[in-house]
Design a binder for this molecule. Sequence first.
Ligand SMILES: [Zn+2]
Length: 121
Amino acid sequence: MSSSKVGIFFVVDNEVLFDAVSVQQGERCDNFIEHGGHYDFWDKLKPSNVIEQIFKDRAYDAYPRGRIVYFIREQKFRLYADTCLNSNDLKLVKEVFGIRNAVRTKDEHYQCASCNLDFMD
Ligand SMILES: [Zn+2]
């Protein structure tokens, strides 16, 4: 678990953009540890490559996103993600966060422009 991370991510054209810290450095709330915010990440990002520029050019919630949270009592990671992300996308995400196993959990908060019928750019 020492190298495993918690935080937030976006998947943009098969690349993972993320803000992650080790579990030890995460923010503890009750029974879980998390880190970061999707809007904050987008807001503060100064694009330094094409993918980041593509991402920044649209609203913060235009691309599929999710979060990895560590649950203390259960000693388990949970992966909250947009339902449109496929197993390849999630494999990349787990690699980036240094996690082998995570319980996938649907969360209707995390909907991209394609999944969210009410989305406006
Ligand atoms: Zn989606």
